[in-house]
Design a protein around this ligand. Structure first.
Ligand SMILES: [Zn+2]
Length: 217
């Protein structure tokens, strides 16, 4: 088993970027990355400014810790998503303000803007509410993420997925921005939604580009 220092460094750097960008504050939110037959996940209750590379916890898929450390209380959904989505190698979970605000309305993010396609479809679903850190929350998240790279968690926050950490970070950042735009539009009137056909064209275009949509302009 090879636990790489490089991946630990990437996770720590991503945590710092989430803090600087305002997507996370304090000890909320967490990140995981698959590595061979195990995964790395950020520790429980450690603020970013005191988090260290060695503090990132390595876990087996049976839920046991490799070495030492206490994993994030949300390790269940990190483990289950990585296990059930072989296309996904990194997960970013935030309590970012606008995604969380929409999640508190328990609404899906509809196709009000073409960039919704960054999450893989014509909506970002909102998973039902249940207690954090539970297998039930994990099951709700896995279902809401079906054919998607992002979902909201009711009265909780956002989960973003990627084939690598860069993509998961890009999806988290974009979905937070979309939620902000959507909530502003809602305050100003009734957003006009794109049709299923219009969204299909965007999704096809993104596939042709062969990369995620942050470079779609
Ligand atoms: Zn959370």
């Amino acid at each position: 088993m090879n636990i790489s220092a490089g991946l630990r460094r990437q996770i720590l750097s991503a945590c710092r970027r989430l803090e600087v960008s305002g997507l996370n504050r304090g000890t909320t939110g967490n990140i995981s990355c698959r590595e061979e037959d195990h995964f790395l996940v950020t520790p429980s209750g450690v603020p970013v400014d005191t988090m260290t590379e060695t503090g990132v916890v390595a876990m087996r898929f049976d839920g046991t810790v490799i070495g030492h450390g206490k994993p994030s209380s949300e390790w269940h959904f990190h483990r289950d998503i990585l296990q059930q989505r072989p296309d996904i190698h990194a997960i970013v979970h935030t309590h970012s303000p606008y995604a969380t605000a929409l999640a508190c309305l328990r609404e899906d993010l509809p196709p009000f803007h073409y960039m919704i396609a960054i999450a893989g479809g014509d909506s970002v679903r909102c998973a039902p509410y249940t207690l954090f850190g539970t297998d039930t929350l994990s099951a709700y998240a896995v279902e809401a993420l079906s054919d998607r790279k992002a979902c909201l968690l009711a009265n909780h926050g956002l989960i973003a997925l990627g084939r690598d950490l860069d993509e998961a970070m890009a999806v988290a950042t974009e979905v937070e921005s979309l939620c902000q735009q959507y909530l502003i539009a809602r305050q100003s009137g009734k957003p006009v939604l794109l049709s299923a056909q219009e969204m299909r064209q965007v999704i096809d275009r993104f596939k042709t580009y062969g990369k995620h949509a942050t470079s779609s302009e």
